[in-house]
Design a protein around this ligand. Sequence first.
Ligand code: ADP
Length: 472
Amino acid sequence: MNKIRGLSRKIDLFSLRLRLTIGIGVVSALGNGSIAIWMSWKMQQILINSQKNHVEQIAARLPDDVKLYSEMIPLETGLQKAINNLTNTNSFLWVQKPNRQILAQSTKWHSLSDSTVAELMSKSEMPIKPEVYKIGQRYFVLYGGSLQVEGKVLGKLFIVQDMTHEQTMFLAMVQTLWIASILVIIVITLVIAYYVKFSLQPLRQLNQMTEVISAKDIAQAQLHLDHAPSEVKELAQTFNMLLSRLSQSWEQERQFVSNVSHELRTPLTIVHGYLQSVLRRQNNLTETQKEALETAASEAEHTISLLKNLLDLARADSGYLHFQIESCVLNDLVAEVVGMAKNYSERTIQVEVQASCIRAKVDYNRLKQVLLNLIDNAIKYSEPNTPIILKLNQQQNQATIQVCDRGYGIPLQHQSRIFERFYRVDEARNHTTGGSGLGLSIVKTLVEGMGGSVTVHSKLGEGSVFTVTLPI
Ligand code: ADP
């Protein structure tokens, strides 16, 4: 049962492969079935006709025989004698007057029971059709016509031909024909299923090749299918053109973001500097003016950080984000980051270290940026009275730094997407916390640039743990 369920899950009901297989299978079944039906019908007709011919020969001979006998003996005795003469193991004859009274009938026919004979005779009351009549376990062909001797109508002649043997053979043949047809249909369907799978292979290959193309290698990506059918090759060529156009526009967009971020960052930094200096030096500002300047300075700072993130991402995309990898003592780095975080937040930050000297090959400043981002998020997305915990561990050939909070947590369906650019979970809450949705994508880019990885474990309402794994 489980196997069947597993198989049905594997079979894609909307796949081209299944549709083609079923379509061609049904057409071949219809074709085969029609041929088998037509052959059965034709064979039955041939059989009936051959029996009919035989019966008609008997019917043609009877008047001559009756005439011959009647020259020697009375007509009725002659009729009986002629009928007996033409009766054999398979033929049964009788002549009846228009008032249904039997004039003469076969008497030597012992192979049939009386009830069968009576039933056969009763058929003479209906119009007789050229078909096989089944009575009990036996099959018959019936003939009816008038009997005329020397221009005088003697009565109605009926001839029954027993064709049980031929019909049984015919039915056995039809059965064999159907079994053979069903087997042929099964074999054809299996062959078709394999052929369709084989024919669709290039499309699957194309799909697999396209699936692995990422934003990074889009510029070099080219799809080549040497032995594919022309239609699939054309599709691959169209894909290649599409990829090249995509790569161009991707490059233009990257260039644009990079240029705009760069151009905006410098004047904005100057504006921020002036705002800070005015705030620091001018003592005669009114409360409203001070508030306005502080808001402007904070917005400028936020925008500068956003532009810096955008610039970093654009650089990473173009491969211009360089790392100065060296062996660093992570304990010092963690202590420094905690010190920096405490400068701008009053949150309790606990540090749990497994060993006094854990080293890793990292870019010191970039890793600081990563941890500050994670701590900043942990502070933003948890209540002020909950602590933030930093855990530093070493396992075999890697070091891990975990940033844990007891905050709001992240719903499971969002966890795989939070590292995407501009992805934010709860827009309503995010509005109050600020941010742009770029922090975690920067974290991922930087950690992966250093040869490490970052993962998240989170439970709604209980908190989140971000784990950065780094090579030793
Ligand atoms: P943002 O600038 O919005 O903080 P991030 O890329 O840093 O952007 O984070 C993306 C989203 O992931 C956030 O909007 C937030 O919803 C969620 N998130 C990140 N860190 C945490 C955390 N420690 N706890 C709960 N949610 C988090």
